[in-house]
Ligand binder design. Structure first.
Ligand code: UDP
Length: 358
């Protein structure tokens, strides 16, 4: 197939501003190329594709980032900056994609405009929904599209899909990772890890409090989206508990992450998937997470980590103290079997083929 993958209109690929969608986009493109598809990526100016995507064409547009849906009020109307990247992307899709001969457009961005446009677009548009419910307008756009033709929608996990008003069983794709990029680390250091955008919905404060209870340092990797929130978390624990490591490219992230005894994953929202959970497992790092959203489905208690009741910091600390009983090799093996790049690309291809009837 000739596939046009539309990336997020929040920041350039490689900047970290697009969160997990950036890694998903690159892994998916590499996986589809590997299966013989011709792929073009539409992304913000300044985007960088990894070497694994060298065979993909890159179309870029200029414009202001779309405000992140998860940081709007739940009842907020849809707004777009006048020079917005989102409109630029979709004008280009509508004007250029049909003549360029694409069989399908695959949208990875959680934005109202492409969902609304889908029934009137001159070529098939499919959507991999990247978040759970965060606002009324998107809930409605997704419900309307599901009622029109739910084959156009796929989700990462059952917990995520359950947020939406669907008409049939959802297509669940999980996610995929280039496992050659993650080294297995058998011997951890006395260090806990946390990774993700530093923003309130990610719940870093609970992981920090658990680390403080255990008297262990907590390494934090990720883009600080909210400086005031980061400062408040820093102030909530004794000095030295938090080690701010910044936003690192995957090669460095995995090298550091692999040394952790455990990754703590403490989302306050219905996390759609949780890339960092699987990235830690790929390095052999067990995950202690809240039984909430994607991480609650991904972590296999007793095999790849432990799950505790959401928002229970004492239980989080107790579970992190017991994590030595988890076989680090089993963590890596679970990812190899369930969340490789090849597994994701096969699932995506099957979803598109079924919908397109090709
Ligand atoms: N990440 C990274 N470098 C870092 C920390 C995080 O590249 O130093 C990436 C990580 O690989 C993951 C993304 O940030 O793909 C976070 O995605 P996740 O699904 O965990 O959460 P989201 O940000 O989408 O809510």
């Amino acid at each position: 197939m000739r596939i046009l993958v539309v990336s997020t209109p929040v920041g350039a690929l490689g900047s970290g501003r697009g969160g997990g969608v950036e890694l998903t986009a690159c892994t998916l493109v590499a996986g589809l190329l590997e299966r013989g598809h011709a792929v073009t990526v539409l992304a913000a100016d300044g985007s960088v594709l990894p070497a694994s995507c060298a065979a993909a064409a890159l179309w870029t547009c200029n414009g202001s980032s779309q405000p992140s849906a998860q940081h709007q009020d739940r009842h907020a109307p849809i707004t777009m900056p006048a020079d917005g990247l989102l409109q630029a992307f979709w004008r280009r899709v509508l004007l250029e994609a049909p003549a360029a001969g694409f069989d399908v457009v695959l949208n990875l961005a959680y934005d109202w405009l492409p969902f609304w446009l889908t029934p009137v677009a001159p070529l098939p548009v499919y959507h991999l929904v990247s978040m759970g419910s965060v606002g009324d307008a998107m809930d409605r756009a997704i419900a309307e599209l599901a009622a029109w033709d739910q084959r156009r929608l796929a989700f990462h996990t059952g917990a995520q899909a359950a947020d939406f008003d669907l008409v049939e069983e959802p297509v669940l794709l999980g996610n995929g990772f280039d496992l050659s990029a993650y080294g297995f680390c058998a011997e951890p250091e006395p260090l806990l890890g946390w990774a993700g955008r530093v923003a309130p919905e990610k719940g870093l404060e609970d992981a920090a409090a658990a680390a403080a209870q255990l008297g262990l340092p907590l390494a934090v990797w990720g883009l600080v989206e909210d400086q005031a929130y980061a400062a408040a978390v820093e102030a909530s624990v004794p000095e030295g508990i938090l080690q701010w490591r910044g936003f690192l490219p995957t090669a460095q992230l995995q090298a550091e992450l692999g040394r952790c005894r455990a990754l703590l994953n403490t989302p306050k929202w219905n996390e759609a998937y949780g890339n960092v959970v699987v990235e830690a497992l790929a390095c052999g790092v067990p995950v202690v997470a809240y039984r909430r959203g994607g991480p609650g489905e991904l972590v296999q208690p007793g095999l790849t980590g432990l799950l505790v009741e959401p928002d229970d910091v004492a239980a989080l600390a107790a579970a992190a103290a017991q994590v030595g009983s988890i076989d680090r090799r089993a963590c890596r093996q679970w990812v190899e079997a369930h969340a490789s790049r090849a597994v994701l690309a096969e699932r995506v291809e099957a979803w598109l083929v079924a919908g397109l009837g090709v």
